[in-house]
Ligand binder design. Structure first.
Ligand code: NAD
Length: 359
């Protein structure tokens, strides 16, 4: 970026605490700082033991554990969670888990205005954004509202030790997708560029270390640090074609979130690359000077054993064209003009899973 260019940068106050063990040792202090005395802890069913440990640490400040978070926040789940909040007389929520648990916490905040504390256990980055999502009648709606942005985020690398290696890899690449699209967003700014470059560098260093030893706490910390940076990029910029395609594939076709991001990213980036040379320069630097960045991301996913095709994830070939039409159906920012044909090309390449083509 040259300083003849202009930019705006907006961020909202959020307190970040980052240390091993913080889920249990720091969450009660964060609740006290915010003056919260009646917190409902929300989590998914698999994350319930960890959430209960956080609830125990909160002691009298906890009024219950609601372990019903599921992916993409079905609207009926949000209804039930809001009813649970009201029944318990909660004055805030603590979301413990991945993007699904945090998404349910955000849905509660959206409906009730209650403050949210996030204790993330994946690399989804949702905790750093004012973006909410709700799924109804087979379609995922998303929006931005400052009320859903967590007031306090407690990063505890130890929580991620139990993250299975396949989800470690795909969730890490989900974080990379936030940095990639931030770099060519219309509202990219110098600080976002720095965060995105450092986030990509840290995540792509950490993931191979975690593939070799998923119990490496230092690499877990580095990946979570990267997730923070990439999530912060997502929180302050407007996402493009890649995120839109993944929303459609998740919300309408039920594909798993992190895996879908992993498969689509190299192809979406290859499609946008000709119109985003500055982003490619930054990404190349973050990856150690590599020339073909989309190919490098595709290679990385393959080396780490991640899925490479939408066919593997269960998409039917017949769904490619309607999914592309849906993703291209409304105007949004992207370095290349979004057309149904262009989106179809990206989805078809991702469906087949071969190396990305920048041609
Ligand atoms: P997830 O939260 O659904 O978690 C995936 C699975 O991993 C779940 O079964 C969960 O119980 C389990 N899990 C989570 N952490 C674990 C841990 N440490 N150890 C063992 N198991 C663990 O998946 P996700 O990819 O984190 O989040 C996906 C959801 O988040 C989607 O709905 C997506 O749309 C949303 N999201 C929203 C934003 C935003 O800014 N609003 C950003 C990213 C993702």
């Amino acid at each position: 970026m040259t300083f003849q260019e202009q930019f705006t940068y907006e961020t909202r106050p959020v307190r970040v605490v980052f240390r091993p063990g913080a889920a249990v040792t720091a969450t009660p202090d964060e609740a006290a700082r915010l003056g919260l005395r009646r917190l409902l802890v929300v989590c998914g069913s698999r994350g319930e033991p960890v959430a209960r440990a956080v609830a125990d640490a909160l002691g009298d400040r906890c009024v219950g554990v609601h372990a019903e978070a599921r992916m993409h926040v079905p609207v009926e789940d949000a209804d039930r969670a809001v009813a649970a909040v009201r029944a318990a007389g909660a004055d805030g929520c603590v979301a413990v888990g991945g993007g699904s648990a945090i998404g349910l916490g955000k849905a509660i905040a959206l409906r009730t205005g209650l403050p949210l504390i996030a204790v993330p256990s994946t690399y989804s980055g949702s905790e750093m954004t004012p973006v909410w999502g709700l799924t109804e009648h087979g379609a995922k709606r998303t929006g931005r509202d400052p009320v859903v942005q967590p007031r306090s985020v407690v990063y505890d690398p130890r929580l991620t030790l139990s993250l299975p290696l396949p989800l470690t890899v795909t969730s890490g690449i989900n974080a990379l997708a936030h940095a990639v699209e931030a770099l060519y967003a219309p509202d990219v700014s110098p600080l976002v560029t720095v965060m995105a470059e450092e986030g990509v560098r840290a995540m792509t260093e950490a993931l191979p270390r975690l593939a070799a030893d998923p119990g490496d706490l230092d690499a877990r910390g580095r990946a979570l640090y990267a997730a923070w940076l990439c999530g912060a990029c997502l929180g302050t910029t407007t996402m493009g074609l890649h995120h839109k395609l993944c929303h459609v594939l998740g919300g309408t076709y039920g594909l798993p979130h992190a895996e879908t991001h992993t498969v689509v990213l190299p192809h979406a980036l290859a499609h946008n690359a000709p119109a985003a040379p500055q982003a490619l320069t930054v990404l190349s630097r973050a990856l150690g000077g590599i020339g073909d960045v989309p190919r490098a991301l595709w290679d990385l996913a393959g080396r780490l054993g991640a899925p490479r095709s939408l066919a593997e994830l269960g998409l039917a070939k017949a769904d490619v064209t309607p999914a592309a039409a849906r993703a291209a159906g409304e105007p949004y920012a992207n370095p290349r003009e979004v057309t149904a044909e262009g989106a179809r090309g990206v989805l078809l390449a991702a469906y087949e899973g071969g190396p990305p083509s920048t041609a």
